[in-house]
Write a protein that binds this ligand. Structure first.
Ligand code: GLN
Length: 548
């Protein structure tokens, strides 16, 4: 029998619902269950693809090319579940499906309403993702009481009647604040949110209490009594310094055991999270450190670089190091203090991005890394900047640019590839006039690695190599001759050989640009090979600098 776990949040937002859900997924997986996790976002946009990173943080890309909420990234980093576009949906998508159905006349003359038509569509999407899994965890975005999430809560309530009481449970993540002046822990906000959830017809089965002080027995008794939840299902979710500690902390609190009992899950062997435990221990007790500059332009919201930061952390932890990130605002690149900072780091990352702002500065950062022989990893836009820099300063094409930033450049080295083959073998024709939404090269594509290159060394244990994309502009292989002749080598190409996927600089310790986003495939248990190579070289760079 398929089981469902609904996770919603009370009191305030930003309590770490995504991490809590991913952690529970991890624990259930460690007990041998096949799980999947779905995130429902209560906004009207179809997906976050067209939202500014300042609004939404990072746009995460799944292997099948969906632009999703960054929580999907947490789920993939914590578990082995392979997630697709079905694992994230929004109010916009739900209404779009229902309205299209209405236009096709499929409601047979009925009045189309939130209940049952919208709620049916929500449940249909939850059922669709549950196929083939023992347990489906569904995280409902927003906070209980928001107008936007009401239809989702209602659908979650109805689900109990469709699948049966013993096959679904509801978790409420809530805040139990410590009031320092009074020296007391307060349970009232939790009581209020439970009431609010109950008024919507859902009685929570488990309360996950986010708190900075461990809940005493007395407090648990009180919460249990006032909130009508068994004491063993009142779980302390203590603030954690390291998000990767959360699963085992929650395990100690007994959450997975409570879930197993409440859902009457058949036991599937012993709990095994040995590798996870080893890696988090290594992460928490580093033997060395490494300083990495991230030259970006969405510095006001670090969440915009979530997967990237995590990928750096994964690689560093696997190499026994702690990564310190130096956040460099691209537009400050020529300031003396920024140059000083760049000189102090062991490696430089130039991440992806869109639009003209900060481009010239990122190009300068690429120049700095090239000339100073600092290990550099350029991702997507970062690779494009490295190519433009090389064209201008090594090949002498002073106006080289991407047509994204200068449509009239006389040396359009990065440009829209108008004709190429997509991953399904279809010929794609694209023009500059295409819509912004949904016109990118998105999702997983094969990358053919050239033997004898740095890329081949990095990917030595991976075959075939599939990487995730999210961009419009390309460096086409028909334009690479002059670059190769002067040392910027192509070390990875697309399946049909027409698009450059990886470039690297001969004679440099590590100067690699990739057109894809390797950070989307990194996890603590499986760090990404390019990040491993980059951090390894950065560590060597640090040690070499020490010896001077
Ligand atoms: N703006 C560039 C493009 O569309 C790079 C995108 C990115 O870095 N994700 O090709």
């Amino acid at each position: 029998m398929k089981k469902f776990i609904i996770v919603c949040g009370g009191v305030v937002s930003s309590l770490g619902k995504g991490i809590a859900t991913a952690s529970l997924g991890k624990l259930l997986e460690s007990r041998g269950y096949k799980i999947t996790i779905q995130k429902i976002d209560p906004y009207i946009n179809i997906d976050p693809g067209t939202m500014s990173p300042y609004q939404h943080g990072e746009v995460y890309v799944t292997s099948d090319g969906a632009e999703t909420d960054l929580d999907i990234g947490h789920y993939e980093r914590f578990t082995h579940a392979k997630l697709t576009r079905k694992n994230n949906f929004t109010t916009g998508q739900v209404y779009q499906s229902v309205i299209m159905k209405e236009r096709r006349g499929e409601y047979l003359g009925k009045t189309v309403q939130v209940v049952p038509h919208i709620t049916d569509e929500i449940k249909r999407r939850i059922h669709a993702v549950s196929e083939g899994n023992d347990i489906t965890l569904v995280e409902i975005g927003g906070t209980i009481g928001d107008i936007e999430s009401l239809p989702f809560i209602e659908a979650a309530r109805q689900l109990r009647y469709d699948v049966g009481r013993e096959n679904i449970l509801y978790i409420l993540l809530t805040l139990v604040p410590y009031i320092a002046v009074a020296g007391e822990i307060k349970t009232k906000p939790t009581q209020r949110s439970v009431k609010e959830l109950q008024s919507l017809g859902i009685k929570p089965d488990i309360l996950l209490c986010r708190t900075e002080k461990k809940l005493t027995d007395e407090i648990k008794d009180k919460i249990s009594l006032f909130c009508n939840v068994e004491k063993e299902a009142v779980i302390t979710a203590l603030d954690a310094k390291n998000i990767y500690d959360v699963p085992l902390k929650l395990h100690k609190e007994g959450i997975d055991e409570v879930v197993v009992k409440k859902l009457r899950l058949e036991r599937k062997g012993k709990f095994d999270a040995t590798l996870w435990q080893q890696l988090t221990e290594r992460m928490n007790n580093p033997i060395t450190d490494v300083k990495i500059a991230l030259v970006g332009k969405y510095m006001g919201l670090k969440e915009s670089y979530k997967s990237l930061v995590e990928a750096i952390r994964h690689a560093a932890a696997n190499l026994g190091a702690k990564a310190e990130i130096s956040w460099i605002e691209a537009e400050d690149i020529t300031k003396p203090e920024t140059i000083k900072e760049l000189k102090s780091v062991n490696g430089i990352i130039i991440p992806g991005g869109f639009g003209t702002r900060g481009i010239e500065e990122k190009i300068k950062a690429a120049e700095f890394a090239r000339k100073s022989k600092t290990p550099m990893l350029g991702i997507c836009l970062g690779m494009q900047c490295a190519v433009i820099e090389f064209a201008r300063n090594v090949l002498g094409h002073k106006n080289a640019n991407s047509t994204e930033f200068d449509p009239r450049t006389d040396y359009p080295i990065i440009d829209l590839a108008t004709d190429w083959t997509d991953k399904n073998g279809n010929k794609v024709h694209r023009t500059a006039k295409d819509n912004k939404g949904g016109t990118m090269r998105l999702g997983e594509y094969l990358c053919k690695i050239k033997p004898g290159t740095m890329a081949a060394t990095a990917y030595v244990n991976v075959h075939p190599v599939y990487e995730r994309h999210r961009h419009r502009y390309e460096f086409e292989t028909k334009k690479t001759g002059e670059f190769e002749a002067h040392g910027l080598k192509v070390s990875g190409v697309s399946a049909d050989g027409s698009l450059v996927e990886i470039v690297e600089l001969a004679g440099h310790p590590f100067y690699v640009g990739c057109q894809f986003h390797p950070e989307f495939q990194s996890s603590l248990e499986k760090p990404h090979p390019l990040f491993i190579s980059f951090i390894r070289k950065s560590l060597q760079n640090k040690n070499a600098a020490r010896r001077i």
